[in-house]
Design a protein around this ligand. Structure first.
Ligand code: FES
Ligand SMILES: [Fe+2]
Length: 406
């Protein structure tokens, strides 16, 4: 991490640990309308204008390492396939045959030399070009050269593969902005995906994102794990452009080193600040990357409907070379399940509250301002002219977003 940024974060950790009132630059954070968590019209706007027009994490390059390796991805609402070509380039296409729309791959992942539709066996190469049409004699004027798979924007940063259904979206690196510099030390290309844990939760996806953008709750929700490890007063948060964010919380001095991985499981490129803290990055719209040395999860919140969310924990670890995965990665994944069970049971209860007649707007503290920042980015991505006035969050914190590169 940049030395000046690290010094700044350390200063904020120290300041926040010692302060006895709000910081002098703090403002009252406007409430979050509770109907944002249940309104069907807003959910439909999100489907159309957030999930189909934003860069979404789809895979890690380690999952599709060889030519022909593919994964399917349907989280944006459309069936997509992400595949590595013979030239090594990762591409995405709609998983829809140009004949009559059947999928060209049916497994969630696999390896193929050709993408061959199982309906009538039209076959495409790994670059999406149509290569074979059985009984072509029965088609009049079929222009095979114009009938390749329909491409979808697909770009990779440091091993992380993103897709975006919007052909006019900015480049991925421009969307990620300062995250690129601030996360570089995790050395993404050397990571391996080591597992996935999923939880189906009866809560709106935004309520779940909210829960991972603050540490205010750890004393009460996680008294027997996270609260033993972290000092929730020793925090630093940053509202980054495009709805992204950074959240750092200090490890209690007496607990320093207790969670350190063994040398065989460690990520040598991770610096000292990350080893003394928990530093996570919010990737707008739906991911909190709880980066760490050793194994760590991306917490991915995928909406199923307005009141149901799938929490996918996509786990990564630094490449350990040959042989079996270090056992301690499995141990960490199991421990984390306990923490997630505490969070998810809490979220379902919150959803029942916002569904009730007793629901009122949520009061947000200055230390929880990343939640407001996230909701504001949802509105900005939808278009503030389209968000109903009684559901919109205010622009009161816009001036606190750090400039790109800060
Ligand atoms: S729909 Fe694909 S070959 Fe007919
Ligand atoms: Fe939590």
């Amino acid at each position: 991490m940049d030395a000046a940024l690290e010094a700044d974060i350390r200063a904020q950790l120290e300041y926040n640990r010692e302060r006895t009132g709000p910081p002098p630059d703090a403002v009252a954070v406007p409430p979050i309308p509770h109907d944002r968590y249940r309104d069907e019209a807003l959910f439909a706007l999100e489907q159309d204008r957030v999930w189909r027009r934003t860069w979404l994490f789809a895979a890690h390059e380690s999952e599709i390492a060889e030519p022909g390796a593919y994964v399917t991805f349907e989280r944006s609402g459309a069936p997509l396939v992400v595949v590595r070509g013979d030239d090594g380039v990762v591409r995405a296409f709609y998983n829809s045959c140009r004949h009559r729309g059947a999928p060209v791959v049916r497994d969630v992942c696999g390896t193929a030399r050709r993408l061959t539709c199982q309906y009538h066996s039209w076959s495409y190469d790994l670059g999406g070009a149509l290569k074979a049409v059985p009984d072509a004699r029965s088609f009049v004027d079929l222009d095979q050269g114009a009938l390749g798979l329909v491409p979808v924007r697909c770009e990779t940063w440091e091993g992380w593969v993103f897709v975006n259904e919007d052909p006019d979206a900015p480049a991925l690196v421009d969307f990620l902005g300062p995250l690129c510099d601030q996360m570089i030390e995790v050395d993404g290309p050397r990571l391996r995906r080591i597992g996935t844990q999923t939880h189906r939760v009866a809560a709106n996806w935004k309520a779940m994102v909210d829960a991972f953008l603050e540490v205010y709750h750890i004393r009460t929700v996680h008294p027997d794990n996270a609260a033993l490890l972290y000092d929730d007063a020793t925090v630093s948060v940053a509202m980054l452009p495009n709805g992204h964010s950074r959240l750092t919380v200090g490890v209690k001095p007496e607990m320093l080193g207790i969670m350190d991985p063994s040398p065989a499981a460690d990520n040598p490129s991770v610096g000292q600040l990350w080893r003394e803290t928990s530093t996570s990055f919010g990737w707008f719209p739906n991911i909190v990357a709880a980066l760490d040395t050793g194994a760590f999860p991306l917490l991915c919140m995928w909406p199923i409907d307005s009141r149901t969310t799938e929490l996918e924990l996509a786990w990564f670890a630094p490449d350990w070379g040959d042989g079996d995965m270090p056992e301690e990665h499995s141990v960490r994944m199991t421990l984390f399940e306990t923490v997630m069970a505490q969070d998810t049971s809490n979220m379902a209860a919150i959803q029942r509250s916002v569904e009730s007649r007793g629901a009122r707007p949520f009061q947000i503290g200055w230390h929880e301002r990343l939640i407001h920042h996230f909701h504001r980015a949802v509105d900005l991505t939808i278009g503030t002219d389209l968000v109903p006035a009684d559901l919109a969050v205010s622009d009161a914190l816009d001036g606190f977003v750090e400039e790109a590169g800060a």
